[in-house]
Design a protein around this ligand. Structure first.
Ligand code: 5RP
Length: 228
């Protein structure tokens, strides 16, 4: 089964967590795009309406329809649930996210959810220990070279994310992304997150922990396993 098909499977499974009038946080990425498509169909079929907050402008656009009422970006209203993908996940349901540039808003929307997050992904993203996928760090543009020096002073290596035209990639928040790469796995993701967050110029890291309640993992044999 190809990866897109697996992403669709996981996305469809997440529909079982949707109910009328719920307040939902919706993440970003290609798996979430499949989820939004399926969600729109389900809401129409059942004649339901939901309220939603989004972690990216792109998801917001994809979810434009009568059945999804967009909450404003203040995140004042607590959400019932957050559904999003991930780039890599370990057996503690710790994750690397931000491959799609949206890690900061993803973390904010995720933390606005009273019942945490349900992760939708395929089995290629399962990992014993995090560090196979690059770890995105959102940094502010002002003084970015000095911020990168502080990151490298921790013994870490990475590169600034650029778009297809070779220009600096900019997040929805107007920031840059520095993608860390690892030669071996990350020993202690929580400690690494805190070390990075303490650095001047770092806004957020793509390490997510203690937020995922369930992971819906589409397997090559066509089943969807639930990890919790
Ligand atoms: C975006 C994310 C996505 O959830 C992650 O990159 C997975 O994306 P995809 O579903 O396209 O594989 O963190 O910032």
């Amino acid at each position: 089964m190809n990866q897109d098909h697996l992403k669709q499977l996981a996305a469809h499974k997440a529909l079982t967590f949707i109910y009328d009038k719920m307040k939902l946080g919706i993440g970003s990425g290609s798996t979430v795009a499949y989820f939004i498509e399926a969600l729109k169909n389900q809401l129409k079929e059942k004649n339901w309406q939901i309220y939603a907050s989004f972690s990216s402008e792109k998801s917001k656009q994809l979810a434009s329809c009568q059945e999804i009422i967009h909450l404003d970006d203040s995140l004042e209203t607590p959400l019932d649930l957050y559904i999003d993908g991930a780039d890599e996940i370990d057996s503690n349901l710790f994750m690397i996210k931000g491959g799609g540039k949206a890690l900061l808003r993803e973390k904010l929307v995720c933390h606005a959810s009273s019942n945490g997050m349900i992760v939708i992904l395929d089995e290629t993203k399962l990992s014993k220990k995090l560090g196979n996928h690059p770890l995105p760090i959102e940094i502010i543009p002002f003084g970015y070279k000095s911020t990168i020096r502080r990151i490298e002073d921790l013994g870490l290596k990475g590169s600034l994310r650029r778009n297809k035209e070779g220009k600096m990639d900019i997040t929805d928040n107007g920031n840059y992304l520095f993608d860390l790469t690892f030669t071996s796995s990350i020993d202690d993701p929580i400690e690494l997150h805190h070390k990075l967050k303490n650095l001047l110029g770092v806004v957020e890291t793509g390490l997510f922990f203690h937020v995922a309640k369930k992971a819906l993992v589409a397997m090559n044999d066509g089943s969807v396993r639930i990890y919790e």
